[in-house]
Design a protein around this ligand. Structure first.
Ligand SMILES: *[C@@H]1O[C@H](CO)[C@@H](O)[C@H](O)[C@H]1NC(C)=O
Ligand SMILES: *[C@@H]1O[C@H](CO)[C@@H](O)[C@H](O)[C@H]1NC(C)=O
Ligand SMILES: *[C@@H]1O[C@H](CO)[C@@H](O)[C@H](O)[C@H]1NC(C)=O
Length: 332
């Protein structure tokens, strides 16, 4: 006879809400970086989400979730920044590996100085009826970490997803989130593997964009080669889930509406020719810029992760269900 206590334990464990990174861990492709200003990405995470700095006196404060696994405490930001402006100085890594994102240093494409910081009130949003703030990237804004822990290098496998504002983009280079050069310079084809979102590049998808593409350095790819990919649709929903993943000899682009429905697969196949196979990933993390600090793109980032290992489509589909359940909505 099946012991009823074991059955109850099983039901309890499976019914506990799992965050995106709990889901990736169950699929044996754990998060090695997890960034969000809107919510915890592990069910048990109650640590810092992001740090803000206010203009009136340069004091800083940390915003954490309202509860473990929960939405950011936006009222902490609102009270700290009342009657002045605040900027986001740090987006903390929730994975425990210390892969925090801070102001991007100058780089090959823009050596003029460090990039700008995002205004803390730039991207108000609601999650399950609770207010939070995303990261508003205007041209010139960027975050980076050039000394990471556990991020894929060389041809090692990794996965990524991010949630973006599908209505905030441009056709310039490069609103990215993902793996890039540690030197902030263009070191050649295959030295990046990052999600790109926008309408830039010669290798477009269907329609007028914006598209989820991959920035693999010296090329934004909508599919397996330097041609348009009609299977990669324009992503015009207000909230977009974007996925790029790669492993030796193979990679994929997926995406969907972050508020409803499932992910589609826009490309899954061989690496492009011309220096992209094998990959030469360097393991830095960028947000809002290209690997060489090309900082002319724009967009809004709400949450994103990088995994170790190539996540299965099934794992990503569960992550998409979790994102849908977070109920992103515009703020009134
Ligand atoms: C804040 O720091 C900046 C840069 O160091 C400085 O220029 C500015 O005067 C400081 N503002 C205040 C209010 O201390
Ligand atoms: C949210 O932040 C406010 C303002 O700092 C604080 O008073 C409140 O206790 C915080 N709420 C939680 C649940 O931590
Ligand atoms: C480029 O990729 C498309 C599909 O993504 C394929 O139909 C086409 O044959 C490819 N072209 C070359 C030159 O490999």
């Amino acid at each position: 006879m099946f012991p009823s206590s074991l059955l109850i334990l099983y039901l309890t464990v499976t019914l506990v809400a799992a965050g995106p990174c709990d889901i990736y861990a169950s699929g044996n492709t754990p998060c090695v970086a997890a960034h969000s200003t809107t919510r915890a990405l592990f069910n048990a995470y109650s640590g810092p989400l992001y740090r803000i700095k206010r203009a009136s006196d340069n004091a800083t404060s940390i915003v954490s979730p309202l509860s473990a696994g929960g939405v950011a405490n936006a009222s902490a930001q609102d009270s700290f920044c009342a009657s002045t402006t605040c900027a986001i100085t740090t987006i903390f890594d929730q994975s425990g590996r210390g892969n925090h994102l801070t102001r991007a240093p100058p780089g090959g494409a823009d050596p003029s100085g460090p990039d700008n910081l995002a205004p803390a009130r730039g991207a108000p949003v609601m999650l399950n009826g609770k207010k939070a703030y995303g990261v508003f990237i205007a041209p010139g804004t960027g975050y980076r970490n050039d000394a990471t822990n556990g991020i894929a290098v060389g041809d090692a496998a990794e996965g990524m997803y991010a949630v973006f504002d599908g209505t905030h983009f441009n056709g310039d280079c490069c609103f990215d989130y993902g793996n890039a050069e540690t030197s902030a310079t263009d070191t050649g084809n295959g030295h990046m593997e990052a999600i790109y979102f926008g309408s830039a590049g010669g290798n477009k998808g269907a329609g007028n964009g914006p598209w989820v593409m991959a920035d693999l350095e010296n090329g934004l790819f909508s599919g397996g080669n330097r041609t348009a990919n009609p299977s990669n649709p324009s992503m015009t929903s207000r909230f977009v889930t974007a996925v790029v993943k790669g492993k030796p000899g193979h990679w994929a682009i997926r995406g969907g509406n972050a508020v409803s429905g499932q992910l589609g697969t826009f490309y899954s196949g061989v690496r492009p020719s011309g220096g992209y196979n094998p990959m030469k990933k360097e393991g830095a993390i960028i947000l809002g810029i290209g690997g060489d600090n090309s900082d002319r793109g724009r967009g809004t980032f709400y949450e994103g992760v990088i995994t170790s290992g190539y996540p299965s489509d099934a794992t990503e589909n569960k992550v998409q269900a979790n994102i849908v359940a977070a109920a992103y909505a515009t703020s009134s």
